[in-house]
Design a binder for this molecule. Structure first.
Ligand SMILES: Cc1ncc(COP(=O)(O)O)c(C=O)c1O
Length: 433
């Protein structure tokens, strides 16, 4: 079991330390601890070393990198350059072209660079029903506002996209396939290697959204024939919010879609063509760079596979526990193979939002309910009218005790929901998965 930093088990009284938030704990029991099952939204807490390194870096080297020639600026810049190299290696990109690892605010921002950077009028893009709105909306905009075409491929009954369905959706004008590596709703991990092979054979650029998998499932762009990886720093990469980016293989040409300061060649009237400047604008998020660097150190120490194996053991226990409870409906987690520790469920007769509130208020368990910014998943499962589902997403710091508490809490909610004297306010019959 990974050691949990004592300071990171936040009691609710943590709010006392934040006068700006009112300085009052939001609930009565000061000793209660929050059990955090919302790691798909953001990885939290972070390893203690990430907090410490970020704080130290910003205090000692928090100057603008690449804008000036003094020693501190050069040293800060070297962390940025070294992180480009490190992440290029981490994603299996072109190690002789680390400048093609570019930083953005998050994966949403990265996808907003790549979609208009690769697609235009008359081009076709294939994507899937598993996508997050960070893909769905930029794709819908390029279609509605710029004359591109898009096809959304459904997933199968186990929650996986069939590579053959992607191939069948390709057209002569298909330029790009964008696929979510790991579903933030169902936790299923897509067969990227097979999809990559198909895309390469058809000369189509494959973009992979690794928001849920970077730091969980090893990714090798060269082996998997992935052309562009989009990543976010604040989830399993264990960095901070406000940083993400793209790793773009050397053969891919991306149009520059924004412009601004680069810190070099200021006399040029237009934005610089060369990477990383082509896709980077303004002062970088150096706090985020420091946090991502420390996150990489932590992942190297722990080992991505080891962390994932531990999380999956807990996820299996959670699912087994839920399976024994009458009235619990689980979705797409039959085998838990090629899966993230992300579980979608519902309790018959209770709106998922209410389940989330009961888990929070009565049991101090943090989950995420609703449509999870991935409406097409819920639409395909027929869950939209029931307001989606309840997502438990586990992280490296969850314990056996957390899982046991969650199973017990859900059993209590399901028993309450089944009481004959209880009349549900609405029809919340949940479709099976
Ligand atoms: C699959 C997927 N893509 C994209 C995103 C968006 O991430 P961010 O908010 O960091 O841009 C998320 C966030 O939950 C996600 O799960």
């Amino acid at each position: 079991m990974l050691s949990f930093p004592a300071e990171a088990r936040y009691p609710h009284s943590a709010l006392v330390d934040f006068p700006a938030l009112g300085g009052v704990p939001h609930r009565g029991d000061m000793e209660q601890l929050v059990i955090y099952f919302d790691n798909a939204a953001t990885g939290w807490p972070k390893p203690e070393s990430v907090y410490k390194f970020t704080d130290h870096f910003y205090r000692t080297l928090g100057v603008n990198p690449g804008r000036s020639g003094y020693d501190l600026a050069i040293e800060a810049g070297s962390l940025l350059t070294n992180l480009r190299k490190r992440l290029t290696r981490f994603f299996g990109g072109d190690e002789d072209a680390p400048e093609r690892l570019i930083f953005s605010y998050n994966v949403t921002d990265a996808i907003n660079l790549i979609v208009p950077g690769l697609l235009g009028r008359g081009d076709h893009v294939v994507t899937t029903n598993l996508e997050h709105n960070s893909v769905i909306r930029p794709v819908n905009h390029i279609v509605r506002d710029h004359g591109a075409e898009a096809t959304f491929v459904p997933f199968n009954s186990a929650g996986f996209v069939e590579p053959g369905e992607i191939e069948a959706a390709l057209r002569p004008n298909t330029k790009v396939v964008i696929v979510n590596h790991g579903s933030n709703v169902l936790g299923t991990v897509q067969p990227i290697g097979q999809i990559g092979k198909i895309c390469r054979e058809h000369g189509v650029t494959l973009v992979v959204d690794t928001a849920q998998t970077a730091g969980v499932i090893p990714i090798n762009m060269q082996e998997m024939k992935v052309d562009v990886v989009a990543f976010t720093g604040h989830k399993a990469l264990m960095g901070s919010m406000g940083i993400g980016g793209l790793c773009v293989r050397k053969h891919v040409e991306v149009r520059q879609v924004r412009s601004g300061g680069t810190g070099v060649r200021s006399v040029e009237p237009y934005h610089l063509e060369e990477y990383p400047f082509r896709l980077e604008y303004g002062t970088p998020n150096m706090l985020g760079v420091a946090a991502l660097w420390a996150g990489q150190d932590w992942l190297d120490e722990q080992g991505v596979e080891k962390v994932h194996a531990q999380e999956m053991q807990l996820a299996r226990n959670l699912v087994e526990g839920f399976r024994k409870i009458d009235g619990v409906q689980l979705y797409c987690c039959e085998k838990l193979e090629n899966h993230l520790p992300t579980i979608l469920m519902n309790v018959a007769g209770v709106d998922p939002g209410d389940v989330g509130i009961m888990l929070d208020v009565d049991h101090d368990i943090a989950t995420r309910t609703g449509l999870h910014c991935a409406p097409l998943v819920h639409k395909q499962l027929g869950l939209v009218k029931n307001h989606g589902g309840v997502r438990f997403s586990l992280g490296p710091f969850n314990t056996d005790q957390d899982v046991a508490t969650a199973v017990d809490a859900v059993a209590q909610i399901a028993a309450w929901a089944a009481r004959p004297d209880r009349k549900p306010k609405r029809n919340v019959e949940v479709p099976s998965g």
